[in-house]
Design a protein. Structure first.
Length: 107
């Protein structure tokens, strides 16, 4: 059974909840893809070269973590980042990871 966050949860538990959603490379790629704007699942699949079921699974997890918003328009379902800070945070995380990996002396 999956845990869901209570709306009033704050502090490290809330940060851990979001961090878990960011702990998958495909989810990070989807966030990067959506940083350019709202897209249907078919466009995400095409741009990332992943299967539709895989994309849908990860989009569901990103939605559950409140990182993406969903909008229906006729037969299409569009996804977009819930807040532009999601993309900024991912960019900051990427820069930190690059710095840490290039300056490391041991693992």
């Amino acid at each position: 059974m999956r845990k869901t966050m209570e709306p009033n949860t704050t502090g490290t538990a809330a940060a851990a909840f979001v961090a878990k959603a960011l702990s998958d490379e495909n989810r990070l790629r989807i966030i990067q893809c959506l940083a350019a704007g709202r897209k249907p699942v078919s466009r995400i699949v095409e741009e990332l070269g992943i299967s539709q079921p895989l994309a849908s699974h990860h989009l569901k997890e990103l939605k559950r973590a409140l990182l993406v918003k969903v909008e229906r328009s006729g037969p299409f379902i569009y996804y977009e980042l819930a807040d532009p800070r999601v993309a900024t945070t991912l960019s900051d995380l990427h820069m930190l990871a690059n710095y840490l990996l290039t300056t490391r002396t041991t693992f």
